[in-house]
Structure formats: C-alpha cells, structure tokens
Design a protein around this ligand. Structure first.
Ligand code: ARG
Ligand code: GLU
Length: 659
C-alpha cells in the first residue's frame, strides 16, 4: 500500500516530460514517435533522422556556432533569423550602403556577399560511445579516430545526463556562407528591445544566406570558383499556413537548460543570482539609455550594447517570475524527498547540498565579477579616442566604471575583496572616486602600471575561483564535484523513472546538440481572463506603426502595401478582413540557440522560423509549464511576402519548393 501511494504521489510530483515538454535526441526519436503521431505528426522516425538516406536533419544547420538555420532550396539557400545574421549584415553596412537600415537584396548570385568567420555545420551522424568510454577509450581518442576517417568531418563527444551517456557527433562544416538578403531592421528587428520576449509580436526576424561548396560539393574555403552547395535535403515550404491546434515540430540546436538541478540551486537562481544580475544590469541600462536619449549618434553607437545587456536582463526577470509562480523550489524539495525514499540514496542529495554550499561563494563572486569588473575595457585605443564621438561618450563610459566598481564593492560580501581594489577605495575614499581615478588612467595612460596591476589582480581572483569550482563553464551553476554528483543523482532519477514505467520520459539537458521538440500552435491564458491569441497579422504592425518611435517606424513600402491591400497570393481572410499573417505561438520547448530553427507542420513542411519565447516562459529552462510556455515564430508567409513584395526578390522563391 505504501509503495502504491508513494508511486502515485511521486508521479504527480515529478510528472516529467508530459505534454509538450522535452528536447529529444534525433537518433533516439523512435522512442517519441508514437506520441508525436498521436499528436498529429504524419512522418516516421526515419524521416527525421537517418544515417543511410536523406532525412530532415540534412536540412538543418548550426549557424554561426550559436543559432540554427535551415536549407530551403536544392541550391544551398538558407533561412535563419535577422538577429542571427546581424553581425554579417552589419559588417557589410556602410553609410552609403546601410543594409541594416535599408535591407539587402542580392539581385544575382554575383551580388551575394561572402563573410569572414561565418560557418554552418550539418550533422552527418551521431552515435552513442558510452560503452567505448567505459572500456577505457578517452573522448580525445574517439574524436581523433572519427576525424581520421577522412572526409574532413569535425567530431565532438558530448555528454548527456551529466555523463551517464556519451555521444559522438560528426559534423560537416562549410565556411563559405554568403549573405543573400535581409529585410530592413524596421521589419527584421521591428519592435526592437521594447517588444523583445513579448507577445503579441510582429517581428519579421529573418535573413537569407547561401551555403557554397567546392565544385565537388564538399566544404571549401571561400573562392569565387565555389558553387552553391547541393544539400542532401531541403525543406518544402508550406504556403497553406498554420492554425490553432496544428501540430508543430522544431528541429534545432538549443544551447543550455538546467532541468535536473538541485532545489538549493533553484533557490539561489531565483533569490540571489538573477536578482543581483537584474539589478546591476538595470543600472547599466539606465546609464546607456540616458546617453542614447541625449544624442542620436550615441543612440546608434550604444544600440548593440544595449540590446545585448537587455536581452538576458529581461529573460531573467521572466525566469524569476516563472520559478515563483510555479513553486519550482518547493516542488524540487518534495521530489528530492520522494527520490531519497524511493531509491534509498539520500546521501547523494546531502553531498550535493554540501558541495553547492561550498561552491556558492565562488559561484556568486564569479557571476558578480562577470557583471561588473570584467565588463570594463581598462584602456581605450588611440584611434577610438581620435573619433569625435569619444568626447561625447566619455561621461557614459565614466559612469559605467563608477557603477561597476560601486556594485562590486557593495555586493562582494562572500569572498574577501581584491586587495588592490580595497586599497584603492581606501585611498580615494569611495568605490566611485577610485573608479574615476582608474577611468582617468584608462583614457590617458592605459600603459600605467596601476592598470596592469589591477587587471592582474582581477584575473588572479577569477583564476582562483575557477580553480575552486574546477570548471570554466558559467552555464550550469555547478562545480566539477557537483557534476560527478549530478551524474549519480540523474542516473538515480532515470532508474526511478524506469521502475515506475516512465522510461523515456526524461530528456537530456540541452547542450547545443541537435534536438527535436514538438507541440502545437496554441494561445495561452496567463491569468484569469488574460487570454493571448496565437496569431498576429499585418494589421497589428500598422496599429503599432509610429514614425516618432524608432522601434515602431516601418518602411513606407509596408504602409503602402497595407493601404492598397495588394497582398496577392500572400493575403488571407481572418475574421472577415484581408490581411497577412506575421507571427505565431506554439508550445514547443525551446531555448537560446533555437533562434532560426525551422518550425514544421505534420508533413515536415516549413511553416515558420523560431526566434523567441515569451518572457514569462523563460523558466522553461528549469521547469516547463505547458499552460503558459510558448515559443514565438515568424510565419513563413510573412517571410515570403517581404522577400517578394518589399524586397522585390521574388526570384528567390522560384528556387524554393512551395506547397
Ligand atoms: N530574445 C531573443 C533571443 O534571446 C531575441 C534577441 C534579439 N533581439 C533583440 N531585440 N535584442 O535571442
Ligand atoms: N532568441 C533566442 C535565441 O537566440 C531564442 C529565444 C529563447 O531563448 O527561446 O536563441
């Protein structure tokens, strides 16, 4: 009786990977295919991933090492997000050719623009090597052997479940990737930071590239003689569109999740880490925003910096809100108690708690350094100072120094302060006065020994912390020892799940390896009466349009198009009016790195490009809530319409397979 009660109880508490939760390994997707088909998917596991025949995985790439992209033509045409192609677009932009502002449309293959340091990776195959490693082979040996197969593939061994499983991944990397098209930022970045992580959303967040290969269709360094790559597979594009309740699948490279962390770590994130980082970034953003409002040149100069700081800042606010709303900490505590009872391994949890308590001051101080002293340049190059803009920037840069030193001094309460800084603060009277002094040196005398000594001192503390944690990774709230303990804990969780016939229910945390997530197009009710519909349209863009607000100032061509309603084949009838779909919501479990991922319908056809989540669902990195967690995609019909009607680049559609 006790057992049965326990089992039921723990099922309720743990309930892992029900609903649309999960980021699944493509080579093991056969475990999920029954559930996928029950939810409407029409294809097979082999269609998603196969080593022997062309499959969907051959049309998905890791784009620029941190985003996802998808092939949409037999001639290497690739779609990703505007924010993923941003660096490339920016690098080709000049005052005369401002592609960021005006957009870029190559009129022929000759006009496609090569990019230094931009590559894409296709997954050739993945295979489990847990047994080989158990038999004594090292990851390095496995990688070396795989790469020695020839063909120039890049190999990597990645851990799943904290090392309980090891997989070898073989990639084919292409380094000649050219910019084909980008909408103006007023479409590709419409809504800017104001709308970032927000629904309703109207961002046309896409850009177009082409993968080039040598004449043998193999990877080659850039050469004018290279030819468009002929992929094994490209996605058919659906022009039929999506509706609420439709099956969706996302195929991409999610970067990092923390589904199995200890309750203490959840508490640390929600009560200490995120609030600290949010508060410090609020200060930085205020300083930068003030500068931006004071001068149009500064607004542009600080735009990218502001966007980068604001992105995680907003995400963390949603994460704290979500963790508290779900009661994730209490749930984890209860799960841990059940785990200890069911498996008898209370010790692993005790050890984890002890180790986390030991690591916490180091972890916290490292995060604090990363948000304060490590954000400063400690010197400005002569050419930077020669720029007339520098004089305008100086008060802002100085304020950022003062803020960084002030926050470090105020919040560094777990480890001894850096002696050089303590002495400096003592000598000058306050962290801010000392920051003024250092800033003065950074501007006028960057070679000064005092600057060098300070940099060395900060570096020394950082190195010591890394040593104490035994890991360089700031991603997973852990130490080397915690990693070992997590391996045992997560293995216990999996055995426990298996004993209760919940096997296959636990997915390995995201780690920038290729994953499948599936769900449906769906709105959500955040609170009583607060329902969000899953689809937005061009009418919403027009409603937001305001030439006086930078983030909402759309191109005249889009206004004209709306006024004429000459949408042609891209127009749809919604609620009795003619409009164009723009973005949609779905329940797919995604995270950073899924930007640019293809979102596919039940037939595996492309219906959109993923680019965001709602800010109030970002706790899904730790706990997924099927009721409110939603990813945001740009509707492929809007992408096609912008290419066709705004870019006048309809010839690009001719090489796609539209259905
Ligand atoms: N929130 C999205 C992501 O995490 C988009 C970020 C880029 N857009 C922006 N307005 N900053 O990458
Ligand atoms: N914009 C994110 C990215 O670059 C995706 C949003 C998310 O975190 O889900 O990957």
């Amino acid at each position: 009786m006790k057992r049965i009660l326990l089992t039921l109880f723990s099922l309720l508490l743990l309930a892992p990977a029900t609903a649309d939760e999960g980021m699944w390994l493509p080579s093991l997707i056969s475990h999920r295919i029954g559930d996928m088909r029950a939810k409407g998917f029409r294809l097979t596991a082999d269609d998603i991933y196969s080593v022997n025949k062309a499959s969907m995985k051959d049309a998905v790439v890791l784009f620029d090492g941190g985003c996802t992209g998808e092939l949409v033509s037999a001639e290497g045409l690739l779609l990703t997000n505007h924010h993923c192609g941003y660096d490339a677009i920016q690098s080709h932009s000049t005052l005369e050719h401002d592609y960021l502002t005006r957009g870029f449309w190559a009129r022929s293959r000759d006009e496609e623009l090569p990019n230094k340091n931009l590559n894409v990776r296709f997954l050739v195959r993945m295979e489990e090597v847990t047994d080989r490693m158990a038999a004594g082979e090292t990851a390095d040996e496995i990688v070396r052997k795989a790469e020695a197969e020839g063909k120039g593939y890049k190999a990597a061994v990645e851990q799943m479940y904290y090392g309980n499983q090891q997989f070898l991944f073989l990639y084919e990397q292409f380094d000649d990737v050219r910019l084909v098209a980008a909408p103006p930022s007023s479409i590709g970045k419409f809504g800017g930071d104001t709308d970032n992580w927000i629904w309703p959303r109207h961002t046309g967040d896409f850009s177009v590239f082409r993968v080039y290969a040598g004449p043998d269709n193999k990877p080659a360094a850039y050469s004018p003689d290279n030819v468009p790559y002929r992929p094994r597979r490209h996605f058919t594009v659906s022009t039929r569109g999506v509706g609420e309740g439709d099956f969706t699948m996302i195929y991409g490279f999610p970067g990092n999740t923390q589904q199995y962390i200890l309750s203490d770590v959840v508490k640390y994130i929600a009560e200490t880490s995120d609030p600290m980082k949010i508060a410090i970034r609020t200060g930085r953003l205020d300083i930068i925003a003030e500068a931006q409002e004071s001068d149009p040149a500064l607004r542009i100069y600080y735009a990218a910096k502001h966007a980068t700081i604001a992105n995680a800042w907003k995400k963390w606010q949603g994460e704290v809100l979500g963790i508290n709303r779900l009661g994730t900490y209490d749930k984890k505590l209860r799960t841990e108690a059940r785990f200890a009872e069911a498996t008898g391994d209370a010790e692993v949890l005790e050890e984890l708690r002890k180790e986390f308590a030991r690591a916490l001051p180091y972890y916290y101080t490292r995060e604090l350094l990363a948000e304060t002293l490590l954000t400063l340049a400690y010197g400005y190059a002569e050419e930077e100072k020669a720029d007339p803009l520098f004089a305008k920037r100086e008060p802002t840069e100085r304020a950022l120094y003062r803020q960084a030193f002030g926050e470090y001094a105020a919040r560094n309460n777990l480890l001894p302060a850096i002696p050089e800084i303590e002495a400096g603060i003592g000598q000058y009277g306050s962290p801010e006065a000392y920051a003024d002094h250092i800033f003065g040196l950074a501007v006028n005398d960057p070679a000064n020994g005092e600057i060098a000594a300070l940099k060395t001192a900060v570096g020394k503390l950082h190195a010591e912390i890394v040593g104490r944690l035994g890991t360089r990774s700031l991603r997973n709230f852990n130490s080397a020892r915690m990693n070992e303990l997590y391996a045992r804990y997560v293995e216990g969780l999996r055995r426990w799940a298996a004993a209760e016939k919940r096997e296959g229910a636990m997915f390995p945390d995201a780690n920038l390896t290729l994953r499948v997530a599936y769900g449906t197009v769906a709105g959500y009710e955040y609170a009583d009466g607060e329902y969000h519909k899953p689809l937005t349209t061009l009418d919403g863009i027009i409603a937001k349009d305001n030439p006086a607000i930078y983030d909402y100032d759309i191109p005249q061509s889009l206004r004209d198009l709306h006024a004429s309603k000459a949408y042609g084949r891209w127009g749809v009838e919604i609620g009795g009016r003619r409009t164009v779909p723009v973005c949609f919501l779905a329940t797919n479990h995604t995270t950073g790195g899924n930007s640019g991922s293809p979102i596919l319908n039940a037939r595996g056809e492309l219906v959109g490009i993923n680019f965001d989540r709602t800010w109030r669902s970002t706790m899904s990195d730790i706990e997924f809530d099927p009721a409110i967690c939603r990813n945001i995609a740009v509707d492929i019909r809007y992408v096609l319409m912008v290419i066709d009607r705004i870019g006048g680049a309809g010839y690009l559609l001719d090489e796609m397979t539209l259905r």
